[in-house]
Design a protein around this ligand. Structure first.
Ligand SMILES: Cc1cc2nc3c(=O)[nH]c(=O)nc-3n(C[C@H](O)[C@H](O)[C@H](O)COP(=O)(O)OP(=O)(O)OC[C@H]3O[C@@H](n4cnc5c(N)ncnc54)[C@H](O)[C@@H]3O)c2cc1C
Length: 450
């Protein structure tokens, strides 16, 4: 049986970043990636499904030792547009101090992942792609040790285990359920905790293509944090996608006539493909879906891709067992703005480094310190918009123009906006208090019976 210091399950941004820092600190490291075929990559690599928009301050959160290379980027951004049924909010500043000079950028996600993999390999990590981890057994008698069994029958023994298998938690779920009470395990069940995301790569008519902004439509489809988007790629290509809760029942939706992407004849929630067709007709009147041809040479399946996305609050890790859960597997992606690459890179980097230094016990404190304010803000915003109907989005965008920055709701500006602004500020402050000292975490370390 092979023995390594650090074994990492999953080779996306979180896993590759863990591989890089662990190897960089001199640990014998292996990253095991199942391997997903994509039209935009030769050979197998990580899943790489993503709208791939990065905001300026996210680059600082990633805390990479070198800049993201230009060849990975598609577009520099100047703005984000949030389009409600009648009101639109345009943000040209994220409102958070950042060293990146522009509002943000969009990137080639497979290219980004390949770059992160290359860094890990150059640092000395082995990146094993093409066979998945089928099982992990942990022996806690004495110093913890983990035996990973791969689908091809290979066994690997590791002192430290980093779980970076993304929001589906195929292995994370298996490992954690041994140490958590049943009700906690149930809470982490992926159909309950994840959203589903669907996107298409489409060529846009040149006159409609806006290369400097990402656009989101809120209040157009029912469900908590359910929304479509358009992200500009290279030339006039765009990723047009959406996210929505899994298993939403159309019969539970009140005021369904108010959602512009629902139709009276819908007997169930439309499929992603249908929603996007309706978005194009609604957002670009006078155009038809055929004016936006699908780019079949991109993505996972002829120009389309479907993937779950964590929509939950993050979990702490059972570090006493020398296990760290990172990135999408720990629930660090925000359902509010879909962003997750930055927190995946950062949590992976922290976990890999601490594993190599034999200091895994510090992982939970370290990730709270590094990404806590980002997670807390996202959890508060997601909670505040729960139950919003289309009219509420218009009201919010009308107000938010003045008082909301990504750094939160600004007190003085809120006061200027009268009662509604003050109420919003009060709610924000109250929720912020509720999530103090890491209380946004869904599972705390003490809950693991280790
Ligand atoms: C449609 C969509 C749009 C998004 N848009 C953005 C965006 O614009 N900006 C942003 O920052 N974030 C965005 N996100 C979120 C972002 O993609 C995630 O936060 C990020 O991918 C998390 O990285 P990760 O490494 O934790 O997980 P993943 O990228 O999911 O990687 C996990 C890897 O583990 C592998 N794996 C799984 N199980 C096993 C196993 N048993 N054995 C071996 N390997 C395994 C998978 O193949 C996969 O490659 C988006 C997500 C989706 C789905």
């Amino acid at each position: 049986m092979n023995h390594v210091d650090v074994a990492i399950v999953g080779g996306g941004p979180a896993g590759s970043s863990a591989g890089y820092t662990a190897a960089n600190e001199g640990a014998d490291t292996v990253v095991i990636e199942k391997g997903v075929p994509r039209a935009d990559r030769e050979g197998l690599g990580p899943d790489s499904t993503d709208a791939a928009g990065i905001l300026d301050y996210w680059v600082d959160i990633m805390d990479l030792a070198e800049p993201i290379p230009e060849h990975v980027k598609h577009r520099e951004l100047d703005a984000a547009e949030f389009i409600g049924p009648t009101k639109t909010l345009e943000l040209t500043d994220t409102g958070i101090d950042a060293t990146y000079p522009n509002f943000g950028f969009t990137m080639h996600r497979a290219g980004f992942d390949d770059w992160l993999r290359e860094r890990a390999e150059n640092a000395g990590a082995e990146y094993r792609v093409g066979t998945s981890v089928a099982d992990v057994e942990t022996d806690l008698t004495g110093a913890p040790s983990h035996t990973l069994t791969l689908r091809d029958g290979t066994e690997i023994e590791a002192d430290y285990l980093v779980l970076a298998d993304g929001p589906q938690r195929t292995i994370t779920g298996q490992v954690l359920e041994r140490w958590l009470p049943d009700d906690r395990v149930e809470q982490l069940e992926t159909r309950r905790t994840n959203h589903i995301a669907y996107q298409e790569y489409r060529e846009m008519p040149e006159e409609l293509f806006e290369g400097d902004r990402i656009k989101f439509w809120w209040g157009y489809m029912p469900g908590h944090t359910a929304y479509p988007w358009v992200f500009p790629n290279d030339e006039t290509a765009a990723r047009i996608g959406l996210t929505m809760p899994i298993g939403l029942d159309i019969d539970t939706i009140e005021n369904r006539d108010s959602y512009r992407l629902l139709r009276p004849e819908d007997e169930r929630i439309p499929k992603g493909r249908v929603y996007l067709e309706r978005l194009i007709e609604t957002a670009y009147p006078g155009y038809e879906i055929d004016d936006f041809p699908i780019l079949e040479d991109r993505g996972k399946s002829r120009g389309t891709e479907t993937y779950p996305i964590s929509s939950t609050r993050p979990i702490e890790s059972p570090t006493r067992a020398n296990v760290a859960v990172v990135g999408g597997a720990m629930g660090a992606t925000s359902a509010f703005h879909e962003g997750g690459d930055h927190v995946a890179v950062r949590t992976g980097s922290i976990a890999g480094r601490l594993a190599a230094l034999g200091a895994m016990r510090a992982y939970n404190a370290e990730w709270h310190r590094a990404i806590g304010s980002e997670i807390r803000r996202n959890c508060i915003f997601a909670d505040m918009v729960e139950g919003n109907e289309p009219d509420d989005w218009d009201r919010l965008f009308g107000l938010a123009d003045n008082i909301v920055s990504t750094d939160g709701i600004q007190p003085r500006e809120a006061l200027y906006d009268g009662w509604a602004g003050t109420k919003l500020f009060a709610e924000y402050t109250w929720r912020k208090f509720g999530y103090r000292r890491g209380r946004y975490a869904q599972v705390l370390e003490d809950e693991y019976s280790i």
